[in-house]
Design a protein around this ligand. Structure first.
Ligand code: EPU
Length: 338
C-alpha cells in the first residue's frame, strides 16, 4: 500500500516555488499502487489533486484533500518500419523523454524540447511550442479510472485535443490518472521550422540542412534566452493563453493599434499575442514586491523569491484588468489556480 502522508509542504512540488500544504499526500510508482490506494473507499470520496511536475499550477491556499504525485517511470519502444511507438510512464520528466528520442533519431518531438513538466501531464493541456503541439505526436494513453478502477486506453481522437486543452482538463478532470503515454514518431523527420525564431537562429548558425538534434538545440537555446529557469526563478511558463478573437474585433483593435501582433486562424478568427498585449500595458519586467512579469517575456509571471501564490494571483488580476481596459480583450489563465 503506498504511504499516505499528512500535512506535507508542496513548495518543492510546484515550479512557482510558493508555499502551500497538502492535507494528505501520496506518491504513486505503479498501477498497482493506484489499485491499492483506491481500495480504501475513503480516497474516492476525498477531494483530489493530481500533480506531475507541478509546472502548470499556482497554489493560492493549502489543499484540503489528497495530493497524488504521479511517479510511474520507464520508457520502451516498438519499431515498425519508419515508425516508432515510444511508450513512457506518466512520471517521466518530459524533457528527458525528448532527449531520449532525439538522441536515437526518433523525430517529431524536437520542437517541444525543454518544456517543463511530466509525460502524464503532456496530453492534459496539449503542450505546444514552436509550431508543434503534443497532439501531432500523441498516439494513445492509458488512464486509471478512479470510479471504476479500470485501466482505459484513449486514442488521439478520444482526447478531444484543442489549444492547451483536452478531455482531461474538462469532462474527466480529477476522474482519471494518466499512467502511460504512447507517442508515434518517425525515422523520417518532417521538420517544422516555420516559426520565425527557429529559421532566424538556423540561418545565424549557418545550418542549411538541420537535423532533429540541431532543431532541439536551437529550440532549447531560444527557450533559455526568453524564459526564466524555474529552478532559479519560480514560474509556470505562459501564465495566460493567447486570446482568440473574431476578425471584426481584431479589425477594431488594429485600427487603434496598427502594430498589434497577430496570427490569422481558419474560420475568421485571429489569435493575438498575449505577451505583446501585456507589454503594451507597461507590464514587461515590472516588479511588484516579490512578483511581477519576466523581463524577456511579459506572458510569464515570476516569483522572485518569497512571493505567495496570492501575490502572484493578484498581479494576474491587475494584468487582466489593464489589458481589458486598453484593448477590450479578456485574458484567460493557462495555469491552474488552486
Ligand atoms: N511578445 C511581445 N512581448 C512579450 C512577449 C511576446 O511583444 O513580452 C510578442 C513577440 O515578439 C512575438 C509574439 O508576442 O511576436 C509571440 O511571442 P513568443 O514567440 O514568445 O510566444 P508566445 O505566443 O508568447 C507561445 C506559447 C509558449 C511557447 C511559445 C513558442 C502560449 C500561451 N504560449 O508563447 O508556451 O513556448 O509560443 O511557441 O501559447 C507555455 O505554454 O507555457 C509556453 C511557454
Amino acid at each position: 500500500m503506498p504511504q499516505v502522508l499528512e500535512n506535507i509542504s508542496l513548495k518543492m512540488l510546484n515550479t512557482f516555488g510558493v508555499e502551500a500544504k497538502a492535507r494528505w499526500f501520496v506518491e504513486i510508482n505503479s498501477e498497482d499502487d493506484l489499485v491499492e490506494l483506491f481500495s480504501d473507499q475513503r480516497w474516492k470520496r476525498t477531494e483530489r489533486l493530481i500533480v506531475g511536475g507541478g509546472s502548470n499550477l499556482l497554489f493560492t491556499r493549502d489543499f484540503p484533500g489528497l495530493v497524488i504525485r504521479m511517479n510511474i517511470k520507464g520508457i520502451t519502444q516498438v519499431i515498425d518500419g519508419d515508425d516508432i511507438y515510444v511508450t513512457a510512464g506518466g512520471g517521466e520528466v518530459w524533457n528527458d523523454l525528448v532527449n531520449y528520442c532525439v538522441e536515437r533519431g526518433f523525430a517529431g518531438m524536437e520542437n517541444l524540447s525543454l518544456i517543463p513538466g511530466s509525460v502524464g501531464a503532456s496530453p492534459v493541456q496539449n503542450i505546444g511550442a514552436y509550431g508543434v503541439e503534443l497532439k501531432d505526436v500523441f498516439f494513445s494513453c492509458k488512464a486509471y479510472m478512479i470510479e471504476t478502477g479500470e485501466i482505459v486506453s484513449f486514442t488521439n481522437n478520444d482526447c478531444k485535443f484543442d489549444y492547451r486543452d483536452s478531455i482531461f482538463k474538462r469532462e474527466l478532470n480529477g476522474k482519471v490518472l494518466i499512467t502511460a503515454v504512447t507517442y508515434k514518431l518517425s525515422f523520417q523527420p518532417a521538420l517544422n521550422i516555420t516559426y520565425g525564431a527557429i529559421a532566424t537562429e538556423l540561418q545565424k548558425r549557418e545550418i542549411a540542412a538541420p537535423t532533429i538534434k540541431d532543431i532541439s538545440k536551437v529550440v532549447s537555446d531560444i527557450r533559455v534566452s526568453k524564459l526564466p529557469d524555474p529552478s532559479t526563478i519560480g514560474n509556470a511558463g505562459s501564465f495566460f493563453k493567447n486570446p482568440v478573437v473574431s476578425k471584426d474585433t481584431f479589425k477594431q483593435i488594429q485600427s487603434v493599434f496598427p502594430d498589434t501582433v497577430h496570427y490569422c486562424l481558419p474560420n475568421h478568427t485571429v489569435k493575438l499575442a498575449a505577451g505583446w498585449l501585456i507589454e503594451q500595458c507597461g507590464w514587461k519586467g515590472k516588479k511588484i514586491g516579490e512578483t511581477g512579469t519576466w523581463k524577456n517575456q511579459a506572458l510569464v509571471l515570476v516569483n522572485h523569491g518569497n512571493a505567495s501564490g496570492v501575490d502572484v494571483y493578484n498581479v494576474s488580476e491587475e494584468i487582466i484588468s489593464d489589458v481589458k481596459e486598453k484593448f477590450g480583450v479578456v485574458l484567460e489563465r493557462e495555469v491552474n489556480i488552486i
